[in-house]
Design a binder for this molecule. Structure first.
Ligand SMILES: Cc1ncc(COP(=O)(O)O)c(C=O)c1O
Length: 402
């Protein structure tokens, strides 16, 4: 993959620019997105380009090629990258509503809110849905998936979330993919919060469609999502879509025809993403980004333990994207107060989303480093102490962690 920086209407390569830190005014976002982005990614948006400008069309082409390269596939090997305006959910809906035939049936193996959303989308489009509902604190169980597939011969499609951002659990996409393959089902993976920092071998996992968005692990800004599609599965979508604007096949055909979007593209978000892909490449690709996020995640786990807090998901099942932290068992604790006090100190965390436990979440992704995690953990210790939640060990000068 070779990505280029845009300059005065032409594409010129600039491999010397260092990745930059976020601008000083921004509060670091310990969230699942929108995320903290680098200053240079933000600066890439300071250009107004027409959607028919050759520099813009070149950037879109490089983004599509770059995404395939990041996944270790290519057009030559039968894969296509389709960019779709809107947030990640729009892209999930685009793939589902374009690929599921009216008489199709979808199995959703789910263990959180984003798996549940896949089922909801399919029902909106009148498709019959079977759900394998697993506990939110553990990965989906391939044995239960296999049993459901055997019980429902009408199934045509199978869907799972890669990292269930609700909790932070990493799901066994390869084992579930083997089931899809064995039973001839079209396989859809929502890798929204994982793609770019969690390795996935699309061929080994038998994936037909993978969806992610601009403002997750690739560290762009919100505005569009993308689908990596096995060409044969994409071809089967022709004429199937139930929505004009979300027609995945038509979007792909338009991009292939003249490199343009069918409807107004988020030009600035695409320029930011073009830059973000280059910064990902400079960081060492998926493995480099994975290493930074894993270091952030390890720091959070150690830090919350030192504060007497515990993670919702057992360590062996956690992905390194986001950490769900159980509320301390103490009446003095209030999430709103914690959130507000941390925010005043310049740290933005996120509420919990699991349904069977009270948690808050700390995102490890975006342009954040171990020093950011240390800053947050020190502030967390101070705030819990101020709230009288418990005797929390406050950091001392020279301590590595709070
Ligand atoms: C796994 C997963 N799927 C879908 C979504 C929805 O994406 P969006 O909020 O961009 O529509 C998210 C958002 O965090 C997610 O983490």
């Amino acid at each position: 993959m070779r990505l280029c920086a845009l300059s005065s209407g032409t594409l010129s390569c600039d491999r010397t620019l260092a990745m930059d830190l976020p601008s000083g005014n921004d509060k670091p976002l310990f969230t699942p997105g929108p995320l903290t982005t680098s200053k240079t990614v933000k600066e890439a948006m300071l250009t107004d380009l027409g959607s028919r400008d050759s520099a813009f069309i070149g950037a879109v082409r490089e983004i599509r090629e770059g995404l395939l390269a990041l996944a270790g596939v290519s057009q030559e090997r039968g894969w296509e990258a389709v960019l779709m305006q809107g947030s990640g959910t729009f892209c999930v809906e685009s793939v589902l509503s374009s690929s599921l035939p009216r008489d199709g049936a979808l199995l959703v193996a789910r263990n959180g809110a984003y798996g549940a959303r896949i089922a909801t989308i399919a029902r909106y489009h009148g498709v019959s849905v079977v759900e394998v509902v697993c506990g939110e604190g553990s990965p989906v169980d391939p044995a239960e998936v296999e049993a459901a597939v055997r019980e429902h011969p009408e199934l045509t499609h199978l869907a799972v979330v890669h990292c269930e951002t609700t909790s932070g659990v990493l799901n066994p996409v390869e084992e579930v993919g083997a089931i899809a393959r064995a039973h001839g089902l079209t396989y859809f993976v929502d890798s929204m919060s994982a793609f770019g920092a969690v390795p996935i071998d699309l061929e080994a996992c038998h994936v037909d469609f993978l969806v992610s968005s601009a403002n997750k692990c690739i560290e762009g800004v919100p505005g569009f999502g993308f689908a990596l599609c096995r060409r044969a599965a994409l071809g089967a979508c022709e004429g199937r879509a139930r929505s004009l604007s979300l027609d995945l096949y038509a979007q792909w055909a338009g991009l292939e025809k003249d490199g343009q979007f069918r409807f107004t593209p988020p030009t600035h978000a695409l320029l930011a993403f073009h830059r973000a892909l280059k910064e990902l490449e400079d960081e060492g690709g998926v493995s480099g980004r994975q290493a930074r996020y894993q270091a952030n995640h390890a720091r959070v786990l150690e830090g919350i333990k030192a504060l007497g807090l515990s993670a919702y998901v057992p360590e062996e099942d956690q992905c390194w994207i986001i950490t769900s932290v159980r509320y301390p068992e103490c009446e003095a604790f209030s999430f709103e107060e914690l959130y507000g006090r941390l925010n005043e100190r310049g740290f933005v965390i996120y509420p919990g989303k699991v349904t069977d436990a009270d948690c808050f979440r700390i995102g490890n992704i975006g342009r954040l480093f171990e020093s950011d995690m240390d800053g947050l953990l020190a502030a967390l210790g101070e705030v819990l102490g101020e709230m009288g939640v418990r005797e929390v060990p406050l950091p001392r000068a020279g301590d590595d962690l709070p």
